[in-house]
Design a protein around this ligand. Structure first.
Ligand SMILES: NC(=O)c1ccc[n+]([C@@H]2O[C@H](COP(=O)([O-])OP(=O)(O)OC[C@H]3O[C@@H](n4cnc5c(N)ncnc54)[C@H](OP(=O)(O)O)[C@@H]3O)[C@@H](O)[C@H]2O)c1
Length: 248
């Protein structure tokens, strides 16, 4: 499905990004596994891919830093070739609390982190996509961009901004044959959600039409489907991966 494709997955040392890197590689893509702090975990993802006869490299970069993003894209292009598929997945942390307890710098760090990472990564890969008149950009948002939840005001606001950015970009680069879409996971079992009480996870599973919460592989499957040519006429879309908990 992804033979001869080159994919860059940000935040691929753990969670949804790691599952996505593995699945894209298993389907033939050469994959750049971006990490920030978890070098060993990123190398383990690369090793798993190599053992399964796939091709992958690990690249350290803080996706909120323009120079590091440019260097990551240049290294990917040099080692693997021009990037066909960019998955903006890296998780920008945020405190869970009400607005009255936030300082502006705390709130702003989430907003700018989320938007800067998409801005820098998209800007860095687009020139080669324009040259080749094809490409696929997928941003990992959240169902919380459309459906708020107490304490998640920074995350909801940042991911809503990401959705709008991606929609606008889809319109802008569509004429050049580049597709841009959002995959929006619901609650997914990763390190980022390990702190949630079990009762809350069970409650969400019970409210979900498919009666469970997501595993990282569920989200990776939606990313692969979106990246593949089977979705070649799909752009500017927001696809919830929430077992039906968010229906549009
Ligand atoms: N889990 C959920 O329930 C859920 C629901 C909706 C949306 N999402 C979204 O899904 C995406 C992945 O989340 P996850 O749950 O898989 O997170 P996770 O398991 O906590 O993994 C986070 C990943 O992001 C990387 N990362 C963090 N800051 C980074 C930075 N500045 N530069 C580069 N990489 C960075 C981490 O790299 P290092 O470990 O190497 O630092 C790690 O690979 C996020 O965009 C998140 O908002 C998650």
């Amino acid at each position: 499905m992804m033979k001869k494709r080159v994919a860059l997955v940000t935040g691929a040392s753990r969670g949804i990004g790691a599952a996505t890197a593995r699945l894209l590689a298993a389907n033939g893509a050469s994959v750049a596994v971006n990490y920030f702090r978890s070098k060993d975990a990123a190398l383990a993802v690369v090793e798993d891919i190599s053992k399964a006869c796939g091709k992958a490299i690990a690249i350290r970069a803080d996706v909120r830093d323009e120079e590091q993003v440019k260097a990551m894209v240049a290294e990917t292009e040099k080692s693997l070739g021009p990037i066909d598929t960019l998955v903006c997945n890296a998780s920008i942390g945020f405190p869970v609390k009400p607005l009255t307890e936030f300082s502006w710098p705390e709130f702003e760090a989430k907003l700018t982190g989320e938007l800067k990472s998409a801005f820098y990564c998209c800007q860095a890969v687009l020139p080669k996509m324009f040259e080749r008149k094809s490409g696929c950009i997928i941003a990992i948002s959240s169902t919380l961009s459309r459906h708020s939840s107490p304490g998640f005001i920074a995350h909801c606001t940042a991911k809503s901004g990401l959705d709008a950015f991606i929609r606008s970009l889809a319109e802008e680069v569509g004429p050049a044959g580049i597709r841009v879409n959002v995959i929006a996971p619901g609650l997914t079992l990763t390190d980022a959600t390990a702190w949630l009480p079990e009762e809350q996870k069970t409650m969400i599973a019970n409210m979900t039409p498919l009666q469970r919460v997501a595993k990282p592989e569920d989200v990776a499957g939606a990313v692969l489907a979106m990246a593949s040519d089977l979705n070649r006429f799909v752009t500017g879309c927001y696809v919830p991966v929430s077992g039906g908990l968010l229906m549009l």
